[in-house]
Design a protein around this ligand. Structure first.
Ligand SMILES: Nc1ncnc2c1ncn2[C@@H]1O[C@H](COP(=O)(O)OP(=O)(O)OP(=O)(O)O)[C@@H](O)[C@H]1O
Ligand SMILES: [Mg+2]
Length: 243
């Protein structure tokens, strides 16, 4: 599915050049759930943006389902991104004055061909993240956890094979964070490939494998013997009326 070989990323040029990724190689098979950990500034977001075709490496090879990503021009890159990849960000990145339904429809509105069933699909995506009763709410009328679930529904609307998330639980309380992690587990069970960047060991333990980035290189690549079960942890939390 994903194959990186000696990926480098340099910012700046000449005497101000800084090499942020220093030769990263790994594979992620279809259906894997991988967490990328590492201290602040080690290049996690830089790497995720390359995986998500939002940015190009300055060296090395990246194959995504047999496509040589590095050789693509910007149009081909955005086509690949729109068809294969769903992105979830720490800060949600929703349009503030726009209701949940339309926020979720946005990737389809920007797609080359607007599907007739866009609204139907957006409702389905919102229902799948537990927000069927919130489709007409604006982000300011939703909790942080609900906003992140809208953002996940938006990432899923194009049916991406790969879901990439950068600190998706960073701004959430424990329950909302677990709800997001339960959705990721379900997406994996549907056969999607999940890559989550987090600095939180407890979040990473929900994945099947943890990559540790250190100073722009992979320091460890280890399977998680017994991944945590977000569904079970949610069930064990004390009941709350409001969140
Ligand atoms: N556009 C840019 N131009 C120059 N340097 C950059 C740019 N983007 C990132 N960097 C540098 O690359 C390094 C890695 O940044 P990155 O955002 O990938 O780190 P990170 O691991 O995601 O950190 P955090 O955990 O704080 O989000 C940093 O030193 C940063 O200053
Ligand atoms: Mg980052």
């Amino acid at each position: 599915m994903i194959e990186l070989e000696a990926i480098e990323k340099a910012y700046g040029s000449g005497s101000t050049e800084a090499l942020v990724l220093k030769g990263i190689s790994f594979r992620v098979e279809a259906g894997e759930y991988v967490a990328i950990m590492g201290a602040s500034g080690t290049g996690k977001t830089t790497l995720l943006n390359i995986l998500g075709c939002l940015d190009k490496p300055t060296g090395g090879h990246y194959r995504l389902e047999d496509t040589d990503v590095v050789s693509l021009d910007d149009d081909a890159l955005s086509h690949l991104r729109n068809h294969k990849i769903g992105f979830v960000f720490q800060m949600f990145h929703l349009l503030e004055r726009t209701r949940a339904l339309k926020n979720v429809m946005l990737p389809l509105i920007y797609a080359e061909e607007y599907p007739d069933d866009a609204e139907e699909r957006a409702k389905k995506a919102l229902t799948s993240v537990g927000l069927a009763d919130r489709i007409h709410y604006k982000p300011s009328e939703l909790s942080g956890g609900q906003q992140q679930r809208v953002a996940i529904a938006r990432a899923l609307i194009t049916e991406p094979a790969i879901v990439l998330a950068d600190e998706p639980t960073g701004n959430l309380d424990r329950r909302s964070g677990l709800e997001v992690l339960a959705i990721f587990r379900r997406l994996q069970q549907e056969g999607r490939t999940i890559v989550v960047v987090t600095h939180d060991q407890a979040v990473a333990q929900h994945a099947g494998r943890i990559l540790l980035l250190s100073d722009g290189a992979i320091a460890h690549d280890r399977p998680v013997a017994e991944p945590r079960d977000a569904e079970a942890e949610l069930a064990a939390l004390p009941k709350e009326n409001e969140r």
